[in-house]
Design a binder for this molecule. Structure first.
Ligand SMILES: Nc1ncnc2c1ncn2[C@@H]1O[C@H](COP(=O)(O)OP(=O)(O)O)[C@@H](O)[C@H]1O
Ligand SMILES: [Mg+2]
Length: 251
């Protein structure tokens, strides 16, 4: 279901964290159902771009370059993080944080309500829906009663991100190093789920260092961020080049 040019578009993103510039005039776009691989060396600005798109207030966007973040025709640059989430942006965190005292069930219910209004069915049916999704991502239903990301393994945290993504069915998904901590079966699972969701019209920004994840999901395009700038943008041949030579030759 790829179509509708520029379903998601960012332009002119120059971003500071405290006094430090982390992005310089970043622009790119995604069609509906497209997958972009976002690569680049450590510290290149990939997570900063994710934080900027989701609207983390610590990432200050400069006005000078006419910054814009448009999803499905809606300008989000002045919107708060919760408004962007409701508009259909989802970020799977590189390092999901533990929230003691908040169960997975409570979090899922709150997130679902915020996005879809009331839980449409009975709580029991909603719980069954969650259990099915947990099974899909390879987690036991007992995790519903556990505190969010508390005493979860690295791979379990990433699977929980996939669970939330399946529950919310966002328009734009950013997965920040979803492959770190995931085993081979986990990566294949990500491939299956991304394939299913892109066919339904979700677009993806996949942040990764490695070709191994991109074996399971072939991106439509690859963008390379280095020192906060887009230094390369093109087809999957870029992945081979990076695998062979690293990032040193890309400027
Ligand atoms: N919250 C922050 N506080 C201080 N520096 C930050 C913060 N976020 C990012 N940076 C800096 O911005 C640069 C880009 O980091 P990051 O976006 O995490 O890179 P990547 O995800 O590509 O490895 C790094 O130099 C990093 O130290
Ligand atoms: Mg990062």
């Amino acid at each position: 279901m790829i179509g509708k040019a520029r379903f998601f578009e960012v332009s002119g993103l120059s971003v500071f964290v405290s006094e430090r510039q982390v992005l310089a005039n970043v622009s790119f776009f995604l069609k509906r159902g497209e997958v972009v691989g976002l690569m680049g060396p450590n510290g290149g600005g990939k997570s900063s771009l994710a934080m900027t798109i989701i609207g983390n207030p610590g990432y200050r966007v400069l006005d000078g370059d006419n910054p814009s973040i448009i999803l499905d025709g809606k300008e989000l640059i002045d919107k708060r993080i919760d408004e962007r989430v409701r508009a259909g942006i989802f970020l799977g965190w590189q390092s999901p944080v533990a929230i003691p005292g908040v169960s997975v069930f409570a979090m899922a219910k709150a997130a679902y309500r915020a996005n879809h209004g009331e839980v449409e069915t009975t709580i029991l049916e909603f719980k069954r829906k969650l259990e099915k999704l947990l099974e899909r991502v390879g987690l036991e239903s007992a995790v519903l009663g556990k505190d969010l990301n508390d005493s979860f393994s690295g791979g379990e945290k990433k699977r929980l991100e996939l669970f939330m993504m399946l529950l919310l069915r966002p328009k734009l998904v950013i997965l920040d190093e979803i492959d770190s901590g995931l085993d081979v079966d986990g990566m294949r699972l990500v491939g299956d789920i991304v394939g299913e969701m892109r066919a339904e019209g979700s677009s993806f920004i996949l942040i990764t260092h490695y070709r191994r994840l991109l074996k399971y999901i072939v991106p439509d395009r690859v963008i390379v961020l280095k020192q906060g700038r887009v230094v390369e943008s093109g087809g999957v041949e870029i992945i081979e080049k990076i695998e062979e030579n690293g990032y040193k030759d890309i400027n």
